[in-house]
Design a protein around this ligand. Structure first.
Ligand SMILES: Cc1cc2nc3c(=O)[nH]c(=O)nc-3n(C[C@H](O)[C@H](O)[C@H](O)COP(=O)(O)OP(=O)(O)OC[C@H]3O[C@@H](n4cnc5c(N)ncnc54)[C@H](O)[C@@H]3O)c2cc1C
Length: 300
């Protein structure tokens, strides 16, 4: 039995692992993706101690630090979780793990367009992560859908890889940071527009785009579609464990990162507090320390 199982390997989960493992707890991190959103951030300029560092590099440093202190990190998805204080079980597709405490650091899940072809072509041209899939579209034409930082970052990244990049968004102006927008060079902006369907054979071949001003529809041949239309807190497992979620969809925690379920803590974006790496890391530190106090208090 582990002392603590941490679900999620972003900055919140990895920092919780560093803090818990340094206190000599037996720590298992179950992480669907290495580094979480952090690994998708191109260049990070606001993580203290680093004037400039690649998101993937920061993720790999945090992971290395957690392992160095003794945390075990496995790549996989926690599909089920249950139990009560001192006796929890978390299962992946092929194994069940037990622990005395659980830290939920599951971050945010990608929002979807909800149009025809999106599910069918996910992994066959439709992607939610340019860092992961971008290089597959070298020399091809791609569409990025969304107007925030993630969409703009993806367009900037794909300009270096793809032949043509279309940035399709629903408002008249992009909502991503000005400094990022200035880095766009050859991206073709399509404001006041919405993707209404994605078509193809085995892989994506085209999208249909509707003007939200005139209602005019046109078909644009592309081989890739990167979807960045917002994110929502990933609370499915938490809810299954009886963890309380607020009206805004985020997990309710107190200043010790405790949830309403004894022995279950939550940290990072999934709690909704200023969604930034340094904040996720700080909550992770508190969650790791609170898990230690909980385990010490309940040691038989
Ligand atoms: C493109 C982009 C750029 C960004 N740039 C910056 C920046 O410059 N500076 C900054 O401070 N912040 C930035 N952010 C925000 C920052 O990355 C997040 O605030 C931070 O990563 C949140 O950390 P987290 O650990 O709470 O969650 P996440 O990083 O979202 O990690 C949660 C992880 O848990 C995994 N998970 C979910 N459910 C399960 C499950 N059932 N089993 C196993 N694993 C699961 C998820 O797959 C994910 O990998 C950026 C975000 C994006 C998308």
């Amino acid at each position: 039995m582990y002392d603590v199982i941490i679900i999620g390997g972003g900055p919140a989960g990895l920092t919780a692992a560093i803090y818990a493992a340094r206190r000599k707890l037996g720590v298992l991190v179950i992480a669907k993706q290495e580094g979480g959103q952090m690994a998708r951030a191109g260049t990070v300029e606001n993580y203290p101690g680093f004037e400039k560092i690649g998101g993937a590099e920061l993720a790999s440093r945090m992971e290395g630090q957690a392992r160095k202190h003794g945390a075990e990190i496995i790549c996989g998805e926690a599909l089920g979780a249950g139990g009560s204080a001192g006796n929890f079980a978390v299962s992946t597709a092929d194994k069940k793990y037990e622990s005395k405490a659980v830290i939920i650091a599951t971050g945010m899940a990608y929002g979807k367009l909800g149009v025809g072809g999106e599910d069918k072509f996910t992994g066959k041209g439709v992607s939610f992560c340019a860092t992961c899939d971008g290089p597959l579209f070298a020399g091809k034409d791609v569409a990025v859908v969304g107007g925030g930082n993630a969409a703009v970052e993806t367009a900037i990244f794909m300009e270096k890889v793809a032949r043509e990049v279309f940035l399709i968004h629903g408002s008249s102006r992009l909502s991503g940071e000005e400094a990022l927008q200035k880095k766009l060079k050859k991206t073709r902006l399509m404001p006041d527009s919405a993707v209404t369907s994605i078509s193809g054979g085995k892989f994506v071949e085209s999208i249909e785009v509707e003007s939200l001003k005139t209602g005019e529809k046109k078909t644009i041949p592309v081989q890739g579609v990167f979807v960045h239309v917002g994110m929502m807190p990933e609370t499915r497992l938490a809810r299954r464990m009886g963890v309380e979620v607020g009206e805004n969809g985020f997990i309710r925690v107190n200043e010790k990162q405790e949830t309403n379920v004894g022995g279950v803590f939550a940290a990072g974006d999934v709690t909704g507090w200023m969604r930034q790496m340094v904040c996720a890391a700080s909550q992770g530190a508190v969650a790791g320390s609170s898990a230690y106090s909980f385990i010490e208090k309940n040691r038989g």
